[in-house]
Design a protein around this ligand. Sequence first.
Ligand code: GDP
Ligand code: MN
Length: 386
Amino acid sequence: MKIHEYQAKELFRQYKVPVPEGQAATTVEEAIDAADKLGGFPVVVKAQIHAGGRGKGGGVKLAASKQEAKDHIEAILGMTLVTPQTGPEGRLVNTLLIEAGQKIREELYLSLLVDRETARIIIITCREGGMDIEEVAERSPEKIIKVTVDPLQGLQGYHLRELIFGLDLPVPVRKGFSTLVKNLFNLFMERDCSLVEINPLIISDDDQVLALDAKVDVDSNGLFRHKDILAYRDLGEEDPLEVEASKYNLNYINLDGNVGNIVNGAGLAMATMDIIKNAGAEPANFMDVGGGATAEMVENGLRIILKDEKVKAILINIFGGILRCDVFAEGVVQAAKSVGINIPVVVRMEGTNVEKGRQILAESGLNLVTAVDLADAAEKIAAAVK
Ligand code: GDP
Ligand code: MN
């Protein structure tokens, strides 16, 4: 789950990771109030959306006076912010973060993330942080320092030394940097994070290190033990179809293609997406209704996929194990009747009571295409969207 910068900074404060003084606001009055309370200028006006690159899109502005702050607040709040990460449609800005402006001597990059390949936590840092970090990584990858930490061993002194000497940090900055990394590592572990990123991490004129930006992603599977973080969830930032699917416990991810698919079991869902691609078509979504899915879950899945306007045909691929094929077929027929389907639907099923299931589909009077196996299903679905 993604959270906003101001929420990530609340977590940083809990773990004594230094951040600028600041406050979130959702109205112009609140924001101006927040700027006044900081007691001086410059202040920074920052759009709060679940996407980066806000600086480049005009969503982060420095204000040298109250009038300037007011102008920026009025311009950014309510704007549709387009950044390199939002796509052309952009994101509506409903919340601002108003912060005390900082004097920046240097902008560094620092992040922690779960590295699947080594099953460890990887710390990435770079002396040349800021808005063009992707360029640095491209142009001079040797400037990016990576240290992997075994989660059972935890962060050790030698990890910190590797980072500090890799960055060639000035002596007066080293202690503050070490403490910050230690605290950030504790946050990462205790709060089940999958990513913590600070870009830029700044060094001030008086050698202090400070997180100017904050990005935190939390593993959704760990949210049950972090109620305070769960309360940060902003449904307005999430795909509406994914929000609806999560209400029914469907594992659903919206994608770019036009073949909708409903599958029981994550492995089968991955394989189904592969065969769709193999047949020259593109999946419009990943949907796993679960190995023990009920007919009702299939119906909910069907309803959600049909709301997706880019879907031109649907492939239902079910292995009848816990869910028997005849029960499933009855569910599909019932769902098709209640939802109303006006695009081609290809059904492939296999498993317990498959003959009975096929018979139910054949006699339903519905315009369903049945496939005998996976290859046949792929061919038929590809033909349906051509
Ligand atoms: P992002 O573009 O979404 O990553 O937003 P950031 O929070 O990283 O802000 C973008 C840029 O704005 C930073 O890289 C800084 O250069 C600049 N910036 C943000 N806050 C301040 C500040 O307090 N003082 C100054 N001088 N620049 C700032
Ligand atoms: Mn940033």
